[in-house]
Design a protein around this ligand. Structure first.
Ligand SMILES: Nc1ncnc2c1ncn2[C@@H]1O[C@H](COP(=O)(O)OP(=O)(O)OP(=O)(O)O)[C@@H](O)[C@H]1O
Ligand SMILES: [Mg+2]
Length: 220
């Protein structure tokens, strides 16, 4: 299958006063469409940095990030915003659902911003993740795992090409973690969504199509 993402010689150096921290050193890898890819590394190894660079939320020091045949390190802020809204989905360590909106409203939010009708698809996703009965509840009354599945549905509502997940199971117990990993694997397979997930959790490797180690600035 075709590569949806190609990272070429990516380097990220943070400069602080006299210090330079080289977080990613000449990193190269490519990702096929519809695969669930996991990056495992310790705290401070550059996991969030890597996702932020792909999401264009931070600037690369050198190298290129080719996504759907465009170099994301070279596109302007308008196209970056459009790409984030329509082509990328995000799941964070803490669910970041808006507490004053219902679960269904939260899930629909990115579709409303993109001016898309998505109620039917939202209901499909609620069903798929086993949270249909929670559609009209408010996030503070959900469990951690339920919130994370709602956040996953929200990240998928615009049918993104790629889903970027930063430590999405950080605050869940083992059983709920494994459910999220299964949901990711199934979503990649059934929806054709490419999923990049970073985590400390070595168990994630059991569910991934491919697993990279991220450590000492290298991704291998
Ligand atoms: N804006 C910044 N300025 C300077 N240094 C930074 C900045 N952001 C991150 N770093 C440093 O870069 C390194 C990698 O940070 P990053 O957040 O990518 O790690 P991580 O693997 O996501 O860690 P964790 O598992 O704790 O979330 C760390 O040493 C961090 O201190
Ligand atoms: Mg991080």
């Amino acid at each position: 299958m075709a590569n949806i993402l190609e990272i070429k010689n990516l380097t990220k150096i943070y400069k602080e006063a006299q210090n330079e921290i080289c977080v990613l050193k000449d990193v190269s890898f490519s990702v096929e469409q519809g695969k669930f890819i996991v990056f495992i590394g310790p705290s401070g190894s550059g996991k969030t940095t890597l996702l932020n660079l792909i999401a264009m939320l931070d600037k690369t020091t050198s190298g290129s990030i080719i996504f759907k045949d465009k170099d994301l390190t070279k596109i302007d802020e308008n196209l970056a915003a459009k790409t984030r809204l329509l082509d990328m989905g995000f799941v964070f360590q803490f669910d970041a659902l808006l507490p004053e909106f219902t679960v269904l409203e939260n899930i629909l939010m990115p579709a409303i911003i993109a001016n898309k009708k998505a109620k039917t698809y939202a209901k499909y996703l609620l069903e798929k993740f086993g949270i249909s009965h929670l559609a009209n509840k408010f996030p503070p009354s959900l469990s951690g795992g339920e919130k994370q599945r709602a956040a996953l549905a929200r990240a998928l509502i615009n049918k993104p090409t790629i889903l970027l997940a930063d430590e999405p199971t950080g605050n869940l117990d083992t059983q709920r973690k494994e459910q999220i990993f299964k949901d990711f694997a199934q979503t990649a397979k059934e929806e054709g969504t490419t999923i990049l997930m970073v985590t400390h959790d070595i168990h994630a490797a059991n569910y991934a199509d491919k697993c990279y180690k991220i450590e000492g600035g290298k991704v291998e």
